[in-house]
Design a protein around this ligand. Structure first.
Ligand SMILES: NC(=O)c1ccc[n+]([C@@H]2O[C@H](COP(=O)([O-])OP(=O)(O)OC[C@H]3O[C@@H](n4cnc5c(N)ncnc54)[C@H](OP(=O)(O)O)[C@@H]3O)[C@@H](O)[C@H]2O)c1
Length: 435
């Protein structure tokens, strides 16, 4: 039997400890599948005295993950620390430069430095595997990089943040407020103490930026992503969506358009009957549309120790199966130096259907004025409904448009705001086509 693959794990938190445990518990299966054992020869975390729930007494302990990265007794460096700078970046770079394969679950790091790190990996002929960085346990990277060879992707979109999907699912199912669902998510450990990064869409954007590079062969451009979170989604939106046959999901969407590549993260209405609308709770899903295959939807656990460890261990096993001298495929599907500059399609040119909810004063002519603003901007309406509210002096007007542009909708809602009939800011939610 070939020599053992020697693994160093940096970070022994939720994911790192689970990876160490799975490697120990599944040692026999992995040896059979890979044709060689996988052994954890070294580990690093801050607190050496903490019980990690797994026996690490046979592994050399490093306080400094950068030193572990260059340790001669490892073949693979597994980075499970997190963060886009600091020890995570320094140790991954050091490992690649020392000719070690790297496995990471760190989307923030890849969204910021992925292309530069891929260049080092490709120059040194080592692998940089990152399945767990997008949608946790769902094997979407492998699918896009390997299984969809030859396919041209036209759109990739998905539910990439379990915290947001949990909140939106409970808001719909139980009629609870955003704040109440967020508090429960925090109590259950689905949301961080500071949930901003999840609920404002940044985490989804990091993952989307990686999928965009894989789909379209472009440089990663996370900071160019149009971003709207879910914190201003109310029960009024959820109920209106349900009445109209839609469900609200926070989607990350990347698609090729005539004016460039659109990357956007925002609350989205998807038809209730669509497959992606059936993805509930903390589950993630990624839909990929291609010319050869058509539409593929992968769904499954997007976070948590076991699910994430499953993807990390899969990446380690791929390295165990690879043979010395074998030329590995490029990290993002295209050689890092050939990734094209990202050509951004402006959000104003986005085309699609829109849901618009207006809280208006109950005055004669308001309804007609709204309809006129829509017509003036060439927006054709699928429906326009006026509803009474508990307050006598106000009404809710809900519009659903046929396909139009973001620019037209913004001009129309600006006009309606100027007309002076609105009580609150207009609520605008984009509608996404989904099978
Ligand atoms: N949790 C998930 O469900 C999930 C899902 C997908 C991807 N990820 C990604 O996986 C990575 C790890 O996440 P996690 O949830 O496992 O994080 P975590 O529970 O906070 O664990 C982080 C680990 O890194 C160690 N660490 C922090 N700073 C260090 C330093 N300067 N030197 C050495 N070790 C250091 C910590 O040491 P101590 O334990 O001693 O404090 C801890 O063991 C992140 O990139 C995250 O985005 C996580």
């Amino acid at each position: 039997m070939a020599d053992a693959l020697r693994v160093g794990i940096a970070g022994l938190g939720t994911v790192g400890a689970s990876v160490a445990r799975v490697l120990a518990e599944k040692s026999a299966e992995l040896t059979r599948q890979c044709g060689r054992p996988i052994s954890v020869t070294a580990v690093s975390a801050r607190d050496a005295s903490k019980d990690r729930g797994v026996d690490l007494s046979g592994s050399t302990w490093f306080v400094d993950p950068v030193k572990l990265a260059a340790y001669a007794e490892i073949d693979v460096f597994v980075e499970l620390i997190g963060g886009d700078e600091g020890p995570a970046k320094a140790s991954v770079k050091a490992a690649l430069e020392a000719g070690r394969h790297v496995v990471t679950a760190n989307k923030a790091l890849l969204a910021k430095h992925g292309v530069a790190l891929a260049e080092i990996a490709e120059k040194n002929g080592v692998l940089l595997n990152y399945e767990a960085a997008v949608a946790g346990g769902i094997p979407v990277i492998k699918t896009m990089r390997e299984a969809l060879a030859g396919n041209s992707v036209s759109r990739v979109f998905g539910i990439l943040n379990g915290t947001c999907n949990y909140i939106l699912t409970r808001m719909e199912a139980e009629g609870l407020s955003f704040e109440a669902c967020l508090a429960d998510a925090q109590r259950l450990g689905y949301a961080e103490a500071d949930p901003t990064f999840d609920i404002e869409g940044n985490d989804t954007a990091h993952k989307l930026s990686i999928l965009t590079a894989l789909a379209f062969g472009t440089k990663i451009a996370a900071s160019d992503i149009y971003l709207e979170g879910i914190s201003n989604i109310s029960q009024a939106d959820i109920q209106a969506a349900a009445d109209l046959g839609y469900r609200i999901k926070l989607l990350g969407v990347a698609q090729r358009t005539e004016s460039g590549i659109e990357q956007r993260v925002h609350p989205t209405m998807v038809p209730t009957a669509s497959v992606i609308a059936q993805v509930h709770g903390v589950t993630n899903a990624v839909a990929i549309e291609t010319d050869i295959l058509g539409e593929l939807l992968l769904s499954g656990p997007g976070a948590g120790g076991n699910a994430t460890a499953s993807a990390v261990v899969g990446d380690i096993a791929d390295i165990a199966k690879s043979r010395p001298g074998f030329q590995h495929g490029p990290v993002f599907g295209w050689p890092a130096k050939q990734l094209k500059p990202y050509k951004k399609a402006q959000m104003r040119s986005h085309a699609g259907g829109y849901f618009i909810r207006l809280s208006v004063q109950d005055r004669t002519g308001v309804f007609a004025a709204i309809a006129k603003r829509m017509a003036d901007n060439d927006i054709s309406l699928e429906s326009i409904v006026q509803r009474s509210t508990e307050a006598k002096d106000r009404k809710t007007v809900i519009l659903v448009t046929h396909e139009t542009t973001e620019a037209a909708v913004r001009k129309a809602t600006d006009g309606i705001t100027k007309d002076g009939h609105l009580i609150d800011k207009p609520q605008v939610i984009r509608i996404e086509r989904a099978a």
